[in-house]
Design a binder for this molecule. Structure first.
Ligand code: NDP
Ligand SMILES: O=CCc1c[nH]c2ccccc12
Length: 330
């Protein structure tokens, strides 16, 4: 009996362990359920480490709209239900982003506005540059202020000092949340060492063709409660069509379409994959129909763990980093 009792417990534990593995195989990765707050009464949001909430879908003004008048596109996006707007000082269009907001008639309090710090030139300060942005954006605070790139500050040994200045503008209420963009593990480590405030967000290029390289960045972020934001998410369709991810995404798309009983696009599958990685989504489009397509992802069934893994593995066959190559040399 003395011998059998523990082995019986061992057997029970083994059965429990196997059951939990097989259950987890058919469930989505837990990161999705812990990060994305779904509710029947409000739009899904992500909760940041400072307690604020971010609408999961952002309309970007940086690629197709870089240096252009963003007003019409921003107005259209807001009228189609977008509340999260992603801008940057380097996009040279913050005034027109503000014009689009004004034309939409949407109150400031119902919007989530992001801008990003350009690398300061000699004589420029983080606070001064943010104040210029606030003036252009026609607001007295941004919801999220990101360091756009760790370079050249990190090479020049100025990244800690720059983060301290970010902490100060947060403390002054000019930025409700502060974070970073295009930060690799070594950049995050510099900021985390001695930071009073841990960055809330790291906005990075995130799609299956960079997942292998991005995974350690996302993992370190997760350890510290830094939420990843994805840009370039449609790269497998838009910039690298015909790659190894296509057939896997097509199989998932077709499965979801049958499950849902309504059409599902490859872009929606890739967007859902990003959410399964625990990231919120920064995209852009000139078309209202495409915004609706993104919003519909909220109603898509989850991918299975095997489907997420299948996309990861196909993505790992081809490394394609489209943006900020110099920042992400690897
Ligand atoms: N922090 C950073 O360093 C960076 C940030 N960003 C931010 O992210 C935002 C989005 O970046 P981006 O890489 O463009 O996002 P996506 O990868 O989501 O690509 C969006 C583009 O894809 C096009 N598109 C969408 N679906 C399709 C389709 N089925 N077939 C063909 N084309 C399609 C859209 O054009 P259409 O008008 O036809 O819908 C749009 O131009 C930027 O505006 C910026 O705000 C981007 C890069 C770097
Ligand atoms: O933000 C990322 C991509 C991008 C688009 N336009 C510019 C201009 C300057 C820096 C980055 C970018």
């Amino acid at each position: 009996m003395l011998v059998r009792a523990p082995s019986h417990r061992l057997l029970l534990n083994l059965i429990r362990h196997c059951l939990s593995i097989s259950a987890s195989r058919s469930r989505p990765p837990p990161i999705l359920t812990t990060k994305l707050n779904m509710s029947t009464t409000s739009k899904p949001t992500f909760t940041l480490n400072d307690g604020t909430s971010v609408p999961w879908l952002a309309f970007g003004t940086g690629t197709a709209l870089y240096g252009k008048d963003a007003a019409e596109s921003v107005k259209q996006a807001i009228e189609t239900g977008i509340t999260h707007l992603d801008g940057a000082q380097m996009y040279n269009n913050e005034e027109t982003l503000a014009a689009g907001i004004k034309a939409s008639g949407k109150p400031r309090s119902e919007l989530y506005i992001v801008t990003k710090l350009k690398p300061p030139q000699p004589g420029q300060t983080v606070k001064g540059l943010l104040q210029e942005s606030l003036k252009k954006l026609g607001t007295d605070y941004v919801d999220l202020f990101l360091i756009h790139t760790p370079r050249p500050a990190n090479q020049e040994g100025k990244l800690k000092e720059q983060w301290k200045a970010m902490e100060e503008v947060h403390e002054e209420g000019l930025a409700k949340s502060i974070g970073v963009s295009n930060f690799r593990v070594e950049d995050l480590q510099v900021v985390l060492d001695g930071a009073k405030i841990v960055p809330a967000v790291n906005q990075i290029e995130l799609h299956p063709y960079v997942w292998k390289a991005a995974e350690p960045i996302v993992a370190l972020g997760k350890k510290h409660g830094i939420v990843p934001a994805s840009y370039g998410g449609l790269t497998p369709i838009v910039r690298v069509p015909g790659g190894p991810v296509d057939s896997v995404v097509e199989t998932v798309r077709s499965r979801l379409e049958k499950t849902r009983g309504a059409s599902v696009s490859a872009g929606q599958v890739l967007t859902k994959w990003i959410l399964h990685k625990g990231a919120f989504v920064v995209t852009t489009t000139s078309k209202a129909s495409r915004i609706k397509e993104f919003q519909d992802v909220e109603d898509l069934p989850d991918l299975t763990t095997e489907e997420v893994k299948g996309i990861d593995e196909a993505g790992a066959e081809l490394h394609k980093r489209v943006y900020m190559g110099k920042v992400f040399e690897d």
